[in-house]
Design a protein around this ligand. Structure first.
Ligand code: XMP
Length: 509
């Protein structure tokens, strides 16, 4: 196992994912973890992440300097390199010009980290500070025209530093550099595999659950589907799934979930038809937060009422992922004070009285998808775009009514259908329609119309924290627009949302 010390970098999770891609298990821990605790955990290697601070600033996050002396290999990236150099006698300065983006790097020492890497290679820089002078004990390994110490090695300790970011794909040979660190320096075997993870998790679930019954909520999303698939393998008929049809799902979605479920699992499925109840609760409500609150509460009530009918249920399975665990500060030894970033509407509170089973707690989203494929889930489920817990209600701006939902559902089906037909579904991260509370004048045939507007929202993102609008081909957008206006009654105008996140969000409410 390798540990990443998180200094507040936007890239800490990406580093951990890259290490796992190299088949080495990796976890993120807090930056001030003590050397004594690290010694106890005995990782094969330690990676110090980048971070937004200056090492010489007051309150700059530090690491325990004793960790460099444990004999465990250390790789400092960007801020992490500056910390390592500072701790072991170097000098960090504000670089004369901040360096962001691609840089041309010359490798001067092609051993260890740079074994097999081209002498001239492209790297990705993102820093204001850099190491200006290294102490006697260090030696340079690579440089760029503005950064004399783009990579360094300590002469006596197994400590390395990279000013550039090997974890981002713009660093062309970053993967090789990281793999060299993991294999040649840390001597890891690179044998960690998701298949073994699945087997081990199935074994643990069986052992923990024994003969008891487990309830799992199905949402139509990939996480809950993978949880259900894992549990179905582990405990078969002791699994009961609940799907709450809140009337806010996409077109034909409930049927698709039920079909997929019956095709793939033998477990017990409870569908709660609650459309009327949700619509009643939403009647007259315009405020987005209030909509979310009411949907969340009604969902919990429905779920609980159904769960109470299932005899002998002791456990509740949830699709909590590693980023949720990290960002909620719940990871053992993990970073404590990260902001809670996730929307928890559509989730269940702990007070339901079940013990939680969270078999995906250690996985990243892309690993969950891989696991889904290994568990024979169909590609449609595995690659499905995320869908918010409050469903179409937050895409139907203003008051939610059955009629408006019907219009939105048709428009949304056209957006997704055309993107799939163009083969671009996997190239976009999320694509949907939003029904705006805006009427405008149009002309159809010889008559004037005064009808609704649909906004099309398509984004590309890795983590949904930041996102760019998708640059879809114009002819595809034209087809979407024409079809919506011709086929969806009540819509006479389609607009394309070209806002990035931030400052806009992905959803409109
Ligand atoms: P925003 O709109 O904040 O969305 O940029 C980021 C991601 O979160 C999803 N989202 C939600 N998911 N409950 C959820 O389960 C919610 O209340 C909720 N609001 C937004 C959104 O679809 C996007 O993927």
């Amino acid at each position: 196992r390798v540990l990443v010390l998180d200094f507040g970098s936007q890239y800490a999770q990406l580093i951990a994912r890259r290490v796992r891609e190299a088949h080495v298990y990796c976890e993120i821990v807090r930056h001030d973890i003590t050397a004594a605790r690290l010694k106890e955990l005995a990782p094969a290697g330690i990676i110090l992440s980048g971070g937004p601070s200056s090492v010489y600033a007051e309150n700059a996050p530090q690491c325990d300097p004793e960790l460099f002396k444990l004999g465990i290999p250390v790789l400092g990236i960007c801020y992490g390199m500056q910390l390592a150099c500072q701790a072991l006698g170097g000098e960090v300065q504000n670089a004369s010009s901040r360096e962001y983006g691609r840089a041309h790097c010359e490798v001067t020492d092609p051993t260890d980290l740079f074994d097999g890497v081209q002498t001239q290679t492209e790297v990705w820089m993102s820093h204001g500070d850099q190491v200006a002078a290294i102490a006697e004990d260090w030696e340079p390994l690579a440089k760029t025209s503005t950064c004399p110490f783009a990579a360094v090695r300590h002469k006596k300790l197994p400590v390395f530093g990279l000013q550039f970011h090997p974890e981002v794909t713009h660093t062309v040979e970053g993967k090789q550099v990281l793999t060299n660190f993991l294999q040649k320096v840390c001597k890891t075997s690179g044998l960690w595999r998701l298949a073994d993870f699945a087997d081990e998790t199935i074994r643990q679930v069986r052992e923990r659950v024994g003969d008891d019954r487990v309830i799992c909520g199905l949402s139509g999303g990939v996480d809950s589907a993978v949880v259900a698939a894992l549990l179905a393998r582990a405990i078969g008929t002791q699994l009961s799934c609940i799907l709450v049809d809140n009337g806010l799902l996409r077109k034909d979605e409930e049927r698709a979930i039920v079909d997929e479920f019956t095709n793939h699992f033998k477990a017990d499925l409870h569908v709660v038809k609650a459309e009327d109840l949700f619509l009643e609760q939403l009647a007259g409500v315009v405020d987005p937060q209030e909509k979310r609150r009411r949907i969340g509460k009604t969902f919990i009530d429905c779920f609980k009422a159904e769960a109470d009918k299932i005899e002998g249920a002791k456990y509740l399975a949830q699709g909590t992922l590693y980023p949720d665990v990290i960002e909620s500060g719940a990871a053992k030894d993990g970073p404590a004070d990260t902001i809670k970033l996730h929307h928890n509407v559509g989730g269940l509170p702990e007070e339901l009285g079940f013990e939680l089973v969270e078999p995906l707690r250690d996985l990243f989203k892309d690993e969950v998808r891989q696991l889904g494929l290994q568990l024979d889930l169909p590609e449609e489920i595995v690659w499905r775009h995320p869908f918010p817990g409050p469903g179409l209600a937050v895409r139907c701006l203003g008051e939610v009514t059955k009629e408006k939902l019907a219009v939105l559902r048709e428009a949304d089906a056209i957006v997704v259908g055309e993107i799939k037909a163009a083969g671009l579904y996997r190239a976009t991260s999320q694509a949907f329609a939003v029904l705006l509370p805006v009427q405008s004048v149009g002309v159809m045939g010889d008559s004037r119309t005064y009808d609704n507007t649909v906004a099309v929202r398509c984004v590309n993102t890795d983590d949904f924290m930041t996102a760019d609008w998708s640059h879809l081909p114009h002819d595809l957008l034209a087809r979407i627009s024409t079809r919506i206006i011709n086929e969806v009654k009540g819509v006479n105008r389609v607009v394309y949302d070209i806002s990035s996140k931030p400052p806009a969000t992905i959803e409109w409410e």
